[in-house]
Design a protein around this ligand. Structure first.
Ligand SMILES: *Cc1c(COP(=O)(O)O)cnc(C)c1O
Length: 409
């Protein structure tokens, strides 16, 4: 695929090098995917020019007839695939979607209860390095130390202690199904709102291969670029009328100015794609691939956190192979395999070093790879990390595999 920037060779060369990097390597970062050409075309369209502060039919600028149509279309498609009565498609990112929820439902000083970052939570759930962590009181629950699963006794215990106004479920590094209904029971007992942050799993929810956050969550947030395979962005969903009015105000004018209408058009395209039977097949294969790859690695002696996966990702404990996450990320990078280091539950290492890597199958599945290729990928990883093969040699084998599955033709 070739992009032409006319005079600007500097940018053009970088874009072309990035395309080569994507074509020639295996993308196993669980939060990444490959958006379709139509998503990119909408995102690269003249809709980028339009100022449309406000909401469809209630704008602060003229000339919004066409962008109103595209935002209404994105909203209608989102409501239909997620089975809810309200969608706000304007948040620029998943983190901003979460911030809008906090500012809509909470007062400064209120308590948020979320999973700790080191156990698989997300920075935007109130980590102390973020603005959110400074405005609200944050309490964390942790995973069960033996099973490495959500421990509802623990969640309940902390919830009764800290009386949160908001409980968050939904994670960045958790490979098992989320039991939204048990979270709602606890939220009701302490009088808290329940937020389901389905940033990672929204594609799986859309394909009905993971339980829906509704009717259990008062509100759900998601990114649009992970398993949902759309443009980079965020979204807020609900079926509660009072909440939805507050959310609209919190997004605009509370947090953001003009919405990115080109991105909203691309979201509409992606939601259209997610409603097709072919997307269900895609998600099915993502799940099969994650199961297959985690099983192959575990057969080679690698410990998988919680023993396996029910979704698109899993977390590996590298201590058996006497490696840190940082070392493994670098070695695999030299072999053309991209993963990210990640803490495992009760990690003895710092977040900059870690004892684990997180692996996900959404991007390689978009390329068309299936179980046979997962076995090859497992072999590459075993050779580099366990058998200490020269990563540069493996890189050639990685390249050969990638060339059979071109991303852009
Ligand atoms: C990725 C992610 C987000 C935020 O996404 P950004 O678009 O990068 O801000 C929020 N919550 C969870 C659980 C995530 O995994």
């Amino acid at each position: 695929m070739s992009y032409f920037f006319g005079e600007d060779k500097e940018v053009e060369n970088i874009v072309h090098s990035e395309i080569s990097r994507l074509e020639e390597g295996l993308e196993l970062i669980a939060s990444e995917n490959v958006a379709s050409k139509n998503v990119m075309l909408a995102q690269g369209s003249p809709l980028t020019n339009k100022y449309a502060e406000g909401y469809p039919s209630k704008r602060y600028y003229g000339g919004c007839e066409e962008v109103d149509k595209v935002e209404n279309l994105a909203i209608a498609r989102a409501k239909s695939i997620f089975n809810c009565s309200y969608a706000n498609v304007q948040p620029h990112s998943g983190s901003q979607a979460n911030q809008a929820v906090y500012s809509a439902l909470l007062e400064p000083g209120d308590t948020i209860l979320s999973l700790s970052l080191s156990d698989g939570g997300h920075l935007s759930h109130g980590h102390f390095v973020t603005q959110v962590g400074k405005i609200f009181k944050i309490s964390n629950y942790s995973l069960n130390e033996k099973t490495e699963l959500i421990d509802f006794d623990k969640v309940k215990k902390v919830a009764f202690e800290v009386k949160p106004k908001l409980i968050i479920c939904g994670y960045s590094n958790y490979s098992r199904k989320i039991d939204f209904s048990s979270f709602r029971d606890i939220a009701d007992q302490v009088g808290a709102y329940l937020l389901g942050d389905i940033a990672h799993i929204s594609g799986i929810v859309a394909a009905a291969k993971h339980p829906s956050p509704f009717p259990y969550c008062h509100i759900a947030t998601t990114t649009t670029h992970k398993t949902l395979r759309g443009p980079r962005g965020g979204m807020i969903l609900s079926s509660d009328r009072d909440i939805s009015e507050k959310i609209d105000k919190a997004v605009f004018p509370g947090m953001q100015g003009g919405p990115l209408m080109h991105v909203i058009a691309a979201k509409a395209v992606a939601f259209g794609e997610a409603a097709k039977p072919s997307f269900k097949e895609y998600i099915n294969q993502v799940l099969k691939n994650a199961k297959c790859l985690s099983r192959c690695l575990s057969e080679n002696g690698l410990r998988i956190v919680s023993g396996g996966t029910d979704n698109h990702l899993f977390s590996c404990d590298l201590r058996n192979w006497k490696l840190t996450g940082k070392e493994a990320e670098a070695l695999l990078g030299d072999a053309g395999i991209t993963v990210n280091k990640n803490t495992i539950p009760n990690d003895p290492q710092s977040p900059f070093v870690t004892s684990g890597v997180r692996i996900g199958t959404p991007a390689v599945t978009t390329r068309g790879m299936r179980e046979a290729e997962m076995k090859h990928i497992s072999d590459f990883i075993v050779k580099v990390l366990k058998e200490k093969a020269d990563p540069k040699k493996i890189k050639n084998e990685v390249l050969e595999l990638c060339q059979k599955f071109p991303l852009y033709t």
